[in-house]
Structure formats: structure tokens, C-alpha cells
Design a protein around this ligand. Structure first.
Ligand code: 8GT
Ligand code: MN
Length: 569
């Protein structure tokens, strides 16, 4: 026993009010409580489960520096309060050092040796064990990203890489030493992880979250069509709310105009039921204008996310040339049913040389060259509300495009209406989502060469017509908003891929962005290949590598196959 016991309560991880209560209770019982840690302290009370962390928090090199001091759990303190005096320290009160704490070592051997370098070589599930670290690292990433200069971009990437490694760990991280030699966790990230291990939070991250500039940047960049540069201009004008932007912004960009008018809608997460509904609606119209087409819900939803910021739908036809002119026809069909709010049609800018050109990866995104439509469509409110109600009872399986009853009815109705089906594509299933699905290339009946270029001209003409009718002239965004019916605006991307590029497009549009980034870097550095959403070029063999399944894309890259739900890096 100590002649003159002096207790020091280590604040870290203890709520402020609780700490005050503890100090008051001790004083009432005439126990000595030290405000600061000093050599006269005999008992250190802590929420930490490891004496090494306590030592580090006190600025000491290791737990050995704590010498004869007792490092004890809050339970010991509670026992003292109950007894009204200092009680002896039992084994179960003690907080041990990792050095002589075999159980800590058994639970947490270093993981560094087992972590492959690239995210595309690791399982990265949606649900993982280290969210308290990855949430913090992703805030640092976002902050660096919003600052928007080259150096900040590489800093943002460094945080993302560290976060991706933690997402792929099969257990919660309990000590920094477990990841000390991991390439992608740099010193800044390590410092943040250490802080969270010890205090439960990171001061730097908390400061960023409370920073008004960061809050405004997040608010403004969430507007459809607004990037960091424009958001900074808004802040420079002294704006701090969406309303101020609505009142002051004179941009003629259709995305910004519609984005501002429907900001609340577009920042309400899209649910899985809505994504399925949109897929169903688009499918109905695709079946009409491009019978035999194959459609896939891609993006985050394909990786198993239950919500997203938009709905990405990839469309292809097993006859390579059948897709020509299909997107304008699809848009006209959707528009004639009053489904489209606004949007822009983009022509394909693809040409074969792109496969070998060493384009620098764009920091902000991975824009590809497919023909696509980027827009906003209307979804009845009841679809979302239904999803809210059934959320707890139904869990959506990946790749399971199961629709709710309405959707099924729609589909049945649509099939009963006997839309023309394409006999050529009987062997090509339309609902895809798992690897066993067969996609079969069909013999193309269209003549090649000049016939195609002639027809292309007609097509471009109709595309231009379609794109102008889906531009802001579709109505005044504010007026449309003022008379909004019982629907919500949803962002949709429709991408058309030629059959020959489809599986690369599928991998690309499934993402995640970081998965793509790492897969492309891996291809370049490790394989001397160039990967994009359009294909894979092998510089060693001097040729393009074709793929007729998603698995083949991975095989061509000599990567183990990962299901979409394991690509959530
Ligand atoms: P979300 O749930 O917030 O919608 O997230 P997401 O679905 O994972 O991201 P997204 O921004 O909707 O993009 C879907 C995927 O498509 C990303 O992995 C992105 O890298 C990929 N992608 C391409 N090409 C292009 C392109 O040209 N534009 C965009 N926006 N994304 C592309 O492969
Ligand atoms: Mn998406």
C-alpha cells in the first residue's frame, strides 16, 4: 500500500462531465486527485486498455517509464468510491503493457506482411471493422481534395490509400504497430490513427469539421454542376447558404440551374428501391427502342450500397452496331412519357488510338469516351417511401434486380403489350448481375464501312435534336420546381457501350473510383498494360486483350477475381 496515494485520472476517452463527477466524488471522500501528472502520482486511472498507450499519452517512451505506479481501470476507481477509501489494486483492476500482455499480442499480430500493394488486389467490403479510422481519414481526404491544388491532390490520395488499407483488414485495428510497415499508411495518417486509438477522436479532424470554410465548401460542391473552383468563388462573394447562391448565381450552365432548383431532391440519397424502379422504367423503354439490349445497374448500387447519389445504368447490345442512334430514340421515348426533367446527351469521343495513348489519370474523375446521357429524371415519391418502410424487413442481394410490386406490374404490363423482341439475341439474358450469365456476341447484319458512316450522319443529326430538346429549354427550372408534383428529382447516367468494350465498361462503371485508379496504376506499373473503361492494351504483346466476361478482365490483368461487393475501396 502507498502511504500517500495520489490519483491521476487520464482525461483521454473520458467524457468531460464524467471526469468532473469523478473528481468531485473523490474529493468528497478526501482522496488526493492530481490535476497534472507528476512523479508523486501513485495511481493512474484510465479508459485505455493498454499501459503503453497511457505512457505515450503522458509523453513517456514506454510503459516501463511508469515504474512502480499503478495503472488501473475505472473499475478500481469505482470500487474506491464505493468503499469510501483507497482499495488495494487487484489483478482485474490492472491495465497491462502490451510487452507483457500476451493476450494483446495473440489477438493482434502485425498485418503488414499480408497486405498487397494495390487496392485491386485486396477484398474491400462495404461493411468493415475500422470505420472510426476511415471516416476520419476520409474527412482529411475531402479537405485536401477541396483545397484543390496539385499538392493537395496527392495528399488527398494518400489519405484515401491509407483508408483503403484499413477497410480491407479482417479485424479492428487495436495497435498502431500492426500497420507500422504498411506502405500506404504514411506518417500523417499514422498520427491520426494513433490519436483515435488513444483518445477516440482526432483533434485535427474535429477542427476541420468545425471549420466554416470546409462546411461551406461541402455544401456548395454538393450542388449538381459545382466543383471546388466555383464553390470558392461563391465563398469569396460572401455567400454561405444555398439560398444566397440561388439569389446571386447567374450561371447559364443547365446543370447548375437545375441543380440549384432541385438541390434538396438531389441531395436526398437515392434508395435501392428507386434505383431498381429507374432501371425498370429505362428497361421498358430500351426494350422498345433497342430490343435485345442488355442493361446493368452499375456504380455503388452494384457494389451493394443501399443508397447512392445517382443511378448509373450501362447499356449494350450484342450486335456491335445496333447501338447507333439508340440513345436519342431512348431519350425521345422517355421524354414522351414525361419522365425526363433535363439532361445532356454526349456523343462518343472514342477512337482506337485512345487504347494505347498514355493519358494521365485525371485527378477529379475518370472521364471516358462513351456515348452517354447525363440528366435528371422524375421518380414518384411513393417508391422511396415504400423503401423506407420495407428497409428493415428486406435486404437486397447484390446483382439482384428484384423490383417492388409496382415495378413487377409495370414489367408484366410492358411484356403483355407485346413489344417486339429481338430473335437474334435469345441466348443473351437481359438481367445480369452474376458471373454465370451468358452474353453472346451476335453476327452483325449491318454492312460495315460507308454504310455506317452514312447512317452515322443521320444519327448525329437526330442526336443533336434530342440533346437540344432535353436541354434547359425543357422548361424553366425554378418554375418546374414551383409546380412540382408528387415526385422527386433523381440524377441518372445512361451509358451506351459497344459489345466489344462492354466488360471493361462494366468493371469501370462498377468502380469504386479508387478501385479503378489502383487497377489502372497496377496495369501500367506491374503489367506494362493500359486499362480503361474501353479496353486493355498489352504493350508487351503489342495488342489489345479482349474480354467476354468480367472475370476475363481480371484474368487478362493477372488479378484474382473480386466480386463487385469486394471492390468498395
Ligand atoms: P455514388 O453511390 O455516390 O453514386 O458513387 P458511385 O456510383 O461509386 O460513383 P459515380 O460517381 O456514380 O461513378 C460510378 C463509377 O463509374 C465510378 O467508379 C467511376 O470511376 C466510373 N466511371 C467510369 N467512367 C466514368 C465517367 O466517364 N464519368 C463518371 N462520372 N464516372 C465514370 O468508368
Ligand atoms: Mn453512382
Amino acid at each position: 500500500m502507498y502511504d500517500n496515494p495520489i490519483i491521476y485520472i487520464l482525461e483521454a476517452r473520458i467524457q468531460r462531465q464524467r471526469l468532473k463527477d469523478m473528481q468531485n466524488s473523490a474529493r468528497k471522500r478526501q482522496m488526493s486527485i492530481a490535476e497534472q501528472y507528476s512523479s508523486s502520482v501513485t495511481h493512474i486511472v484510465t479508459e485505455f486498455d493498454n499501459a503503453d498507450a497511457v505512457a505515450r499519452k503522458l509523453g513517456l517512451e514506454s510503459a516501463r517509464c511508469l515504474n512502480q505506479r499503478q495503472v488501473v481501470k475505472l473499475q478500481w476507481f469505482a470500487d474506491c468510491i464505493r468503499a469510501g477509501c483507497i482499495v488495494p489494486v487487484d489483478e482485474h483492476h490492472k491495465v497491462k503493457s502490451g510487452e507483457n500482455n500476451q493476450s494483446v499480442r495473440e489477438v493482434a499480430p502485425p498485418v503488414s506482411a499480408r497486405i498487397p500493394d494495390y487496392a485491386c488486389q485486396r477484398h474491400t467490403p462495404l461493411q468493415h471493422h475500422n470505420t472510426k479510422f476511415t471516416d476520419a481519414l476520409e474527412i482529411l481526404e475531402k479537405y485536401a481534395d477541396l483545397r484543390y491544388d496539385d499538392q493537395d491532390y496527392s495528399r488527398a490520395l494518400a489519405f484515401r490509400r491509407a483508408s483503403c488499407v484499413l477497410k480491407s483488414l479482417s479485424r479492428p485495428l487495436s495497435r498502431l504497430s500492426e500497420i507500422q510497415n504498411v506502405t500506404h499508411i504514411g506518417s500523417h495518417s499514422q498520427k491520426v490513427i494513433q490519436e483515435i486509438l488513444e483518445d477516440g477522436t482526432s483533434e485535427e479532424v474535429e477542427k476541420i469539421c468545425a471549420d466554416p470554410w470546409f462546411q461551406k465548401m461541402k455544401l456548395f460542391t454538393a450542388i449538381f454542376g459545382i466543383g471546388p473552383a466555383r464553390a470558392k468563388e461563391f465563398i469569396a462573394k460572401g455567400w454561405s447558404s444555398i439560398q444566397e447562391v440561388r439569389d446571386g448565381c447567374t450561371s447559364s450552365d443547365w446543370r447548375i440551374q437545375w441543380g440549384l432548383a432541385f438541390h434538396e431532391d438531389l441531395t436526398t440519397p437515392v434508395t435501392r428501391a428507386e434505383a431498381d424502379y429507374i432501371l425498370g422504367v429505362v428497361r421498358r423503354h430500351v426494350d422498345r427502342v433497342l430490343p435485345g439490349a442488355v442493361m446493368e445497374l452499375t456504380g455503388g448500387f452494384r457494389r451493394g450500397k443501399q443508397t447512392g447519389h445517382d443511378v448509373d445504368i450501362l447499356i449494350m447490345h450484342p450486335l456491335e452496331n445496333k447501338i447507333i442512334g439508340a440513345l436519342p430514340r431512348l431519350l425521345q421515348s422517355l421524354q414522351s412519357h414525361d419522365i425526363v426533367l433535363c439532361g445532356r446527351h454526349e456523343r462518343s469521343t472514342y477512337h482506337e488510338e485512345l487504347l494505347t495513348q498514355n493519358t494521365k489519370l485525371s485527378p477529379r474523375g475518370q472521364l471516358d469516351h462513351f456515348e452517354k446521357w447525363i440528366g435528371i429524371i422524375k421518380v414518384p415519391n411513393k417508391i422511396r417511401i415504400k423503401n423506407d418502410q420495407s428497409d428493415k424487413t428486406s435486404s437486397h442481394q447484390l446483382g439482384n434486380n428484384k423490383c417492388n410490386t409496382d415495378m413487377k406490374e409495370n414489367k408484366d404490363k410492358c411484356e403483355n403489350r407485346n413489344f417486339q423482341s429481338d430473335k437474334n439475341t435469345d441466348s443473351c439474358k437481359r438481367d445480369v448481375g452474376n458471373e454465370s450469365v451468358l452474353y453472346q456476341r451476335q453476327e452483325d447484319t449491318l454492312d460495315s464501312g460507308s454504310a455506317i458512316s452514312d447512317s452515322l450522319e443521320d444519327v448525329w443529326e437526330s442526336l443533336d435534336k434530342a440533346s437540344s430538346s432535353s436541354s434547359p429549354s425543357h422548361g424553366n427550372p425554378r418554375e418546374v420546381k414551383a409546380s412540382q408534383g408528387d415526385w422527386i428529382a433523381r440524377r441518372v447516367d445512361l451509358i451506351i457501350s459497344p459489345f466489344s468494350q462492354f466488360f471493361y465498361a462494366l468493371v469501370g462503371w462498377t468502380g469504386s473510383k479508387q478501385f479503378n485508379r489502383d487497377a489502372r496504376t497496377y496495369a501500367e506499373r506491374e503489367m506494362n498494360m493500359k486499362l480503361s473503361s474501353h479496353g486493355l492494351y498489352d504493350f508487351n504483346q503489342g495488342k489489345q486483350l479482349v474480354a467476354s466476361s468480367e472475370r476475363e478482365v481480371f484474368d487478362n490483368l493477372k488479378l484474382p477475381y473480386f466480386e463487385p461487393q469486394d471492390r468498395n475501396c
